[in-house]
Design a protein around this ligand. Structure first.
Ligand code: GDP
Length: 300
């Protein structure tokens, strides 16, 4: 976790440092506020959340006694936390219900890091002493199931898969059935994400979910979002959030962008809690999202 924090801090400090520097200026004239706004927009905070935050900061700065570093930092910290939201429930529901496994559905556009996240999550749960079964419901490409299988072997989780072109819902159903029969703790289903067939994909995900619900409860629908795709990714995310009942966001590749503002954008515009962050390609590069640690990393 310490290593992850360090990595997060390295990639994120430019936003926080920039804001701190601008807010510490002796004269905060309109130009300075424009620069603050630009800094937020550039960091992927999104237009509406940026406006809200600048308005709030303007009001708050006025009532600050002095503008020393510690005071400005405190104000900024409070405002960033307020934007991200500290009251959202970020618990990841992975515990089995008596004899029945917990079921997690991992959704998102191809390339965002679904399979990698599924593998990392399995690894973390197995590390906690859980038994995990993976379902390869991306049957569109055989390579996708192969990739999940590799992860399964790497972390010690069995993988249920079928031939290319098989019905994704039937893979999910079989995975959950097997998970129940074998009294596995957690079943994680990796799904397809070909967005060029948007309606098709959303129908498919809906069907996967309905079919699972014949046997078990879907405890989490985790939407994987690539932090490096900025506002583009946000638009895709909106499509998913409207079509399936997303219970949590996994923001991947935060190690690959200095634009940490995407976290604020996601929280303000989707209203779904960010529950996990991806900070690298390795099996241990997944961490629970902790707003305070994140903001502290931002502010350096
Ligand atoms: P999928 O198509 O959504 O299943 O995406 P993959 O899991 O295949 O991931 C796509 C690429 O992103 C792979 O090269 C992964 O190693 C990489 N990736 C996934 N998560 C992260 C992350 O948190 N950080 C970095 N740097 N790369 C990641």
């Amino acid at each position: 976790l310490v290593r992850l924090r360090a990595r997060l801090a390295r990639s994120q400090t430019s936003l926080g440092k920039g804001l701190l520097e601008l807010l510490s200026r002796d004269r905060l004239d309109d130009d300075a506020w424009d620069e603050i706004e630009d800094t937020l927009i550039t960091a992927d905070v999104g237009v509406a959340p940026t406006r809200a935050m600048v308005d709030e900061l303007r009001t708050r700065v006025k009532v600050l006694g002095s503008r020393d570093h510690a005071e400005v930092r405190g104000l900024l910290r409070e405002q960033l936390l307020a934007q991200i939201g500290t009251d959202l429930d970020r618990t990841l529901h992975t515990a089995p219900h008596g004899e029945r496994p917990a079921v997690l559905l991992v959704v998102g556009v191809n390339g965002t890091g679904k399979t990698t996240t599924t593998g990392k999550l399995a690894r973390a749960l197995i590390g906690d002493g859980r038994t995990v079964l993976l379902g390869a419901a991306d049957t569109f490409r055989a390579a996708a199931a192969d990739q999940l299988q590799t992860w399964g072997e790497r972390v010690g989780a069995e993988v249920v898969r079928k031939d290319e072109g098989a019905d994704p819902a039937s893979v999910a159903f079989d995975a959950v059935s097997k998970g129940m029969a074998e009294k596995v703790d957690t079943v994680i289903i990796d799904t397809a994400g070909r967005l060029h067939t948007k309606t098709g994909l959303m129908d498919e995900l809906g069907k996967v979910k309905r079919v699972i619900e014949k046997k078990a409860t879907v405890d989490e629908v985790l939407l994987v979002l690539d932090a490096t795709t900025g506002q583009n990714g946000m638009r895709q995310a909106q499509v998913f959030a409207e079509a399936v009942n997303v219970t949590g966001i996994v923001l991947t590749k935060l190690d690959g962008t200095a634009k940490g503002g995407i976290v604020i954008s996601v929280q303000r515009e989707l209203g779904v809690p960010v529950k996990l962050v991806g900070l690298g390609e390795g099996p241990d590069d997944l961490a629970p999202f902790d707003p305070e640690a994140f903001v502290d990393a931002l502010l350096g």
